[in-house]
Design a protein around this ligand. Structure first.
Ligand code: 13P
Length: 253
């Protein structure tokens, strides 16, 4: 059965000292306050990763994600970070295809497919992001848009490979805007995504893939979002920067 997951995406926030303090606080709160069977993931900046891996080692529920990886395995790509490097630092997850990477760094479906392949080959779990901009939703083309993102970057995978992924639906109009998708909008899209995965890989595989919602998910709306049958957790930006808020979201199942 699929897992409940709450993943924080710190984005480009926190100095190393601040990131270490946040990771420690989260670990302490998880030990003290999180009884349930939930996977907690901290998506930290690259240079924080070894320290965050070390600080979370005592908490088996808390795992670590990078926010990106190179589409190349190794070599002369100045400034890039490979999946093998992430693996060697003890990182277990990698966020791939976040809308900010697509929008500001022009990452396309083909590059994202390569990143997914490399991550899977190294045994890392991709958290693959999809989601539509506002104008696409207004044109009522959002289901096709998101399904196309999945088809283009993921549908070359085998059934065994696809079930090793986590998928995050993050409508761009809800990211950092305080304007969250309603529980009904999230459920509707998640059901569509699961149906699309089932059409290619069968219902059993689709039912084993955790689908996270992201976009202004906060302590006061997480319960309603997570109560949906196809919402298996969240990818949290702003609210993951405060341990209290993040843990309240973790405890919203
Ligand atoms: P916010 O929670 O700040 O809207 O960000 C969501 C997000 O982009 C997580 O990856």
């Amino acid at each position: 059965m699929r897992k409940h997951i709450v993943a924080g995406n710190w984005k480009m926030n926190k100095t190393l000292a601040e990131g270490k303090a946040l990771a420690s606080e989260v670990v302490n709160m998880v030990h003290a306050e999180v009884p349930g069977d939930v996977v907690v993931i901290l998506g930290a900046p690259f240079i924080h990763l070894p320290a965050v891996v070390q600080l979370t080692a005592s908490a088996s529920k808390v795992l670590v994600a990078a926010q990106n990886c190179s589409e190349h395995a190794a070599g002369a790509y100045t400034g890039e970070v490979s999946v093998a490097m992430l693996k060697s630092a003890g990182v277990q997850y990698v966020i791939i295809g976040h809308s900010e990477r697509r929008q500001y760094f022009y990452e396309n479906s083909e590059q994202l497919a390569k990143k997914v392949d490399l991550a899977l080959a190294e045994g890392l779990t991709p958290i693959f992001c999809c989601g539509e901009p506002l104008e696409v939703r207004e044109e009522k083309a959002h289901f096709d848009y998101v399904c196309r993102q999945l088809t283009e970057s993921l549908f070359h995978l085998t059934r065994e490979q696809i079930t090793r992924l986590v998928i995050a639906y993050e409508p761009i109009w809800a990211i950092g805007t305080g304007k969250t998708a309603s529980a009904a909008q999230a459920q509707e899209m998640h059901a569509k995504i699961r149906g699309h995965l089932a059409s290619q890989y069968g219902a059993e595989a689709a039912n084993n893939i955790s689908l996270l919602y992201g976009g202004s998910c906060k302590p006061d709306n997480a319960k309603e979002l997570f109560a949906n049958p196809d919402v298996d957790g969240g990818l949290i930006g702003g609210a993951s920067l405060k341990a209290r808020d993040f843990i309240d979201i973790v405890n919203s199942f």
